[in-house]
Design a protein around this ligand. Sequence first.
Ligand code: NAD
Ligand code: FES
Length: 280
Amino acid sequence: MYKIVEKRELAPTVKLMKILSPEIAKKVQAGQFIIIRTDSKGERIPLTVADFDREEGTITIIFQEVGYSTKQLGNYNVGDEVLDFVGPLGQATEIEDYGTVLCVGGGVGVAPVLPIAKALKEAGNNVISIIGARCQDLLILEDEMREASTELHITTDDGSCNYGMKGFVTDKIKEILDDPSNDVKHIWAIGPVIMMKFCASLTKKYEVPTTVSMNPIMVDGTGMCGACRVAVGDKTKFACVDGPEFDGHQIDWDLAMRRMNIFVEKERLITERNAKGGNL
Ligand code: NAD
Ligand code: FES
């Protein structure tokens, strides 16, 4: 069993939990994920690690309560224990000294960007970061991202953050890439699939290599269900085994989005069934 040692609400429906798991904390690297299952009836939830503390032996996860399982996890409190906490899984981010890099997080996608920005800064990079949300209340990890970056930019779709830019993260990416003095060598863009698609199509024009994380299309995270198949160039990859990070310029985005939508209806039915006490 794995004990929850900290719980915080970062934004409405977005929760942070620190979970005691010394074995995973010893080995985990930026970009990897864990699978959490609350109890024997619970679904497996794959979540990219948002932070870790090797000395404390803790792993930080951040999740949005979107379906039945994440809502159930959100009801757990400090001192409660979850049944399964498996990891580290997936391939780690390729961290090296690139020069100037751009780390972009959209909405809850800021969570997986944080350890990447930290590791890139530690490796000597000049880390320019952008975090974006629909409105100021939904911005998460602003202080942590500021500390992990050389320079932090904020965007809100509605302009409600008066010290940030009104617009999408892509508007800020364009502004930064249009300034040749920035000389960005590599970009990480993580967030909703639609955001990653538009980031990749923009940065392709500037020919700046762009890595995205396909965690959102995972289902069981074990390499067995096949749900996370993603076409990367002329190859078929599995996000949970070969990823979750891939070259955003090589991904067949329309196929990835179609595949993801298959599960939206399933999730709706599960939520409806559980609301009716298990019988649909
Ligand atoms: P959101 O819909 O509020 O979008 C966040 C930001 O993404 C926006 O503020 C905007 O700047 C940008 N964005 C959105 N649509 C865009 C578009 N069409 N063009 C350009 N930029 C756009 O995000 P949210 O509700 O917090 O996100 C939830 C989603 O994030 C879920 O679908 C979840 O699966 C995904 N997520 C992804 C990862 C990952 O590893 N890739 C991790 C956590 C969450
Ligand atoms: Fe099931 Fe990858 S999530 S195979």
